[in-house]
Write a new protein. Structure first.
Lengths: 276, 171
């Protein structure tokens, strides 16, 4: 080595040894370290810069988005009238059948300040925290569907784990048939969202909507997660391998909503704020 | 010394900001521009193995904190890359675009392979790993070499000058 390379810089070997040792130590013990507060400080430091970088991108898209939103508001107002009448009718019928009433839950609009993850985005920094009423465990949704849940809460910011994080599991059901399963993100053989634990005997067809079942600790019933994209059998031959196309576009998220339920009492059922 | 520290801070800030904003959007669509490997390569070529190791470790650790899982994953591989590239930089023709292209390609391939391997479960994920690494190398190496070439043109002087090592080296 000495004949091939010139002499090393002073202390470079020591620096390498220390860095390697610390890295290996962190790899071995890092999962047990309380690093949430450190990440909170990092999010706080980077939030102003994130806002500046994102505002440039968002200003460029604001004009066309504004036009689209005007049209959408008009369409939604018409739809809202129809739904309000339907909702009142539904409430009357539920009362007559002695069924519990739905509870609408407050939403907190948040901006996505940054996305984390190497290649696959697995978490996001949200622009609201404890002071905004956000609690750990609150579901995060977009107008299209479920995005994930709040994992860490800081005073004015919070961090959400997205459905693409392999540690997130959501109890779900196929809306039309009530077939139950657990939605997880698998990286093998390729990254995809799958509905697991569905017995081979249950019938699931492509295109059906998959919503939260309410059996999960964090997610109320009725939040749209995605649609069935492919149905096959698991390598074990015991359960089905059902691929889900996520409803929320995880590649381009600007704004989201936090369902403020973790701080309050958790209902078994809630009125879907995303897809009425 | 003070300007060196400020440069490190600026480099860390820009790299991490890019990674968590604009590049993460591209990353979600499958195009990973490896800004961490780029920063480590550029720094190691300019300042040598000691600075390269320390910058690689620091930027990797910050990225690990941001990712939330596997603390030390980026830090280890980037520190090793910083050292290796810094050591080799004394013998390379550091101002050649071809050198930058090759070093960036190798560094990106090593970094992406190591980091992606942590997310895989079993042999079935290897095609995805290879595809992702190939795409990342194909995007990062030319773009990084182009950026360095542009920076050199704007700067008007060599970015990676060959300096004497005598005073600061061990025999």
């Amino acid at each position: 080595m000495g004949g091939f390379l010139p002499p090393a810089q002073r202390h470079s070997g020591l620096a390498l040894a220390i860095c390697t040792f610390l890295s290996l130590l962190l790899l071995a013990t890092g999962e047990r370290l309380p690093i949430a507060s450190l990440r909170g400080i990092g999010a706080f430091v980077f939030a102003p810069f994130d806002r500046v970088v994102l505002s440039v991108d968002r200003l460029a898209a604001a004009w066309s988005e504004n036009q689209q939103l005007h049209l959408r508001i008009a369409a939604l107002e018409l739809e809202n009238e129809r739904l309000r009448a339907g909702g009142e009718e539904n409430e009357r019928l539920r009362q007559q059948l002695n069924l519990p009433l739905y509870h609408a839950r407050p939403l907190k609009a948040v901006e996505i300040l940054s996305l984390s993850g190497e290649g696959l985005v697995t978490s996001a920094t949200l622009s609201a925290g404890r002071h905004g009423g956000v609690h750990e465990g609150d579901p995060v949704v977009t107008t299209e569907g479920l995005l994930g849940r709040v994992s860490e809460v800081y005073p004015d910011l919070s961090r959400a784990l997205l459905l693409t994080d392999p540690n997130v599991a959501v109890a779900c059901e196929v809306e039309s048939t009530g077939v139950l399963g657990v939605v997880r993100f698998n990286t093998a053989p390729r990254p995809r969202l799958v509905l697991t634990n569905v017995p081979l005997g249950d019938t699931v067809t492509i295109g059906e909507r998959v919503v939260t079942s309410g059996l999960s600790q964090h997610f109320p019933r009725g939040l749209l997660v995605g649609r069935v994209a492919r149905v096959g059998s698991d390598p074990s031959g015991l359960t089905q391998d059902i691929e889900i196309a996520p409803a929320a576009r995880l590649s381009r998220i600007r704004h989201a909503f936090v369902l403020l339920i973790a701080g309050a009492d958790k209902p078994a059922e809630t009125k879907s704020a995303v897809n009425p | 010394m003070r300007s060196g520290g400020l440069s490190i801070l600026l480099m860390l800030l820009v790299a991490l900001l890019l990674r968590s904003t604009a590049l993460s959007v591209l990353g979600a669509r499958g195009v990973v521009i490896d800004v961490l490997a780029f920063a480590t390569v550029a720094w190691s070529l300019r300042y040598g193995e000691t600075s390269g190791t320390l910058l690689g470790f620091t930027i990797g650790l910050l990225a690990d904190l941001d990712d939330g899982h596997w603390l030390g994953r980026h830090a280890l591989v980037l520190a090793l890359l910083g050292y290796a590239i810094g050591r080799l930089s004394h013998t390379l023709v550091r101002e050649r675009t071809r050198t930058h292209l090759v070093v960036l390609a190798i560094a990106t391939a090593v970094h992406q392979t190591w980091c992606t391997a942590f997310d895989l479960t079993g042999v079935a994920g290897w095609p995805y790993l290879l595809q992702r690494v190939a795409l990342s190398v194909a995007v990062t190496a030319p773009l990084g070499a182009l950026l360095i070439a542009l920076a050199r043109r704007l700067y008007g002087r060599p970015l990676f000058p060959h300096g004497p090592l005598g005073a600061g080296t061990t025999g």
